[in-house]
Ligand binder design. Structure first.
Ligand code: ITT
Length: 191
């Protein structure tokens, strides 16, 4: 089975990634590969940052690498936090605080103006080939923090067709419809 290093320090991402790829690849984390470097994500787009992470880790381990750059675009906030989703209000600020703040900013905003999407770009490099795929999932910002699963902004990302937040979906349900699940399914067939 081919070993792939996943260039992420986010444990929530890693869990979802391993669930999709485990039947075909031996996915190891940066930690498993003994890599503890800080990668500066100074790109302006998800594509740029995803490739920055994949290339940086490849340069260290010289093994096939996948990387994920993702985030939440809220239309009412001019697509913020976008590529700055992890850094929004500070990297160490809890998601309870970040999510409450977003709900406050959208207080009294009607549902039709609460549209949002998660975006994910997954990139692959093995030193010869470079690939990137982008996928999104559309939803709205809910009116309360709800659900225990997932991570990050999942408890405020409401999916009208499921009548649930992304944090109320099981791991399998989320991977079927999410930005990350769909991007992983596509790149899995390409690598
Ligand atoms: P790595 O760079 O180490 O992979 P990170 O968390 O810093 O981890 P990003 O820079 O790609 O990753 O930021 C993505 C942020 O977007 C993430 O921290 C969440 O706040 C948010 N996000 C992305 N996908 C999400 C999801 O499926 N559910 C909830 N929030 C998500």
């Amino acid at each position: 089975m081919k070993t792939i290093v996943f260039a992420t320090k986010n444990k929530g991402k890693l869990k979802e990634i391993q669930a999709v790829l485990a039947d075909k690849f031996n996915v190891i984390s940066m930690q498993d590969a003994g890599i503890d470097t800080e990668i500066e994500e100074n790109g302006k787009t998800f594509e740029e940052n995803s490739l920055i992470k994949a290339r940086a880790v490849y340069e260290i381990c010289k093994k096939p690498v996948l990387a994920d750059d993702s985030g939440l675009e809220i239309d009412y906030l001019d697509k913020k936090p976008g590529v700055h989703s992890a850094r929004y209000m500070g990297e160490d600020t809890s998601y309870d605080i970040k999510n409450s703040h977003i709900l406050d900013l959208l207080k009294d905003v009607p549902d039709e103006k609460r549209s949002a999407r998660f975006v994910c770009v997954i990139s692959y490099t093995d030193g010869e080939r470079e690939l990137s795929v982008r996928e999104t999932v559309e939803g709205i910002i809910g009116h309360e923090i709800k659900g225990e699963n997932g991570f990050g902004y999942d408890p405020i990302f409401y999916l009208p067709e499921f009548k649930k937040t992304s944090a109320e979906l099981s791991l399998e349900e989320k991977n079927k419809i999410s930005h990350r699940g769909k991007a992983l399914a596509r790149i899995k067939e390409m690598i």
